[in-house]
Design a protein around this ligand. Sequence first.
Ligand SMILES: Cc1cc2nc3c(=O)[nH]c(=O)nc-3n(C[C@H](O)[C@H](O)[C@H](O)COP(=O)(O)O)c2cc1C
Length: 374
Amino acid sequence: MTAHSRNVAAESAPGALKFAYWVPNVSGGLVISKIEQRTSHDIDYNRKLAQIAEQNGFDYALSQIRFTAGYGAEFQHEPVTFSQALLEATTRLKVIAALLPGPWNPAVAAKQIATLNQLYGGRVAVNVVSGWFRGEFAAIGEPWLDHDERYRRSEEFIRALRGIWSEDNFTFRGDFYRFNNYTLKPKPSDPQPEVFQGGSSRAARDMAARVSDWYFTNGNTPEEIKKQADDIRAKAAQNGHSVKVGVNAFLIARESEAEAREVLAEIIAKADPEAVNAFGHEVKNAGKASPEGQGNWAKSSFEDLVQYNDGFRSNLIGTPEQIAERIVRLKNAGADLILLAFLHFQEEVEYFGKHVIPLVRQLEADQKLAVAAE
Ligand SMILES: Cc1cc2nc3c(=O)[nH]c(=O)nc-3n(C[C@H](O)[C@H](O)[C@H](O)COP(=O)(O)O)c2cc1C
């Protein structure tokens, strides 16, 4: 085994909840607030963070794609290149590179990811995002498609990736992409890179139920997560497909609940109203064309939007014990993975790994015993 190859022994047990963290590859942290954040988008900070994460029980790191500043993220590093740097700095963490169909063509993306798969022992995955920021598309001269059309393109993009990765003489006749007898060499090793996707709208769910390995959704209560998970799993089963669910959360673990709540209150009090409202305007506008109105931010309040994927709604704010119990409730509601953001990433990723994950593992083991005893 090389230093970069898969370390199966270190992976979490089958059925165990997985943990991912948001890579801060854009500036300003993961909340739109002027509160002090000891988080940096620079590469040295991020290399160290990735190492801390893999030493503290995290399975995945999720990078972000932004072409222009939105929600105040003034500087943005490109996610595939950045993911490679994180893979180079680690030995078992899986790194999810964000890809945006439109700017990314599937032939280039399939090749980039196949090469990373070969270089880093299969540790690269992708998150295919569909876009919500019209101004960003205008800035880089990309046509802006209607909401459901963006998902139609993303689905073709994913089908193209999978076809290129698995078939020789791949031929595809889509409305957005075409391939003629194309053979990629070398292909990624088995298993193929995992395909994640983000979004909660009907179009997003239907795409997940047809082609994605993982469905990422915004933060929410266990009741709401259960509705989504049941819905897409039932649809996926009809398609002979299976899909896992990842739920976003902003995590504030402190020794007392009061302390954790105070931090949340300070984040909201120091929110940047101009940036939050501009973001709210963009995302509500982006989701308007989703006919059923269930998009990711359809019900988000000002406070929710301060964490730009509704991370406070998952309520992982309190003591390690409270958080561990709530995480297991999300698991019981259908989550397979919890995606986490923090105020001070390096310190808090480590704290989470040392003080919360062991409690989650204990609760999972207790549940298993209880089920076995029934
Ligand atoms: C976990 C997660 C990560 C996402 N990452 C990005 C990203 O890096 N860049 C981006 O432009 N959109 C990103 N998105 C946005 C989605 O791709 C999608 O455009 C958005 O959630 C709208 O969903 P809707 O169809 O439910 O309205 C992400 C969404 C989620 C849930």
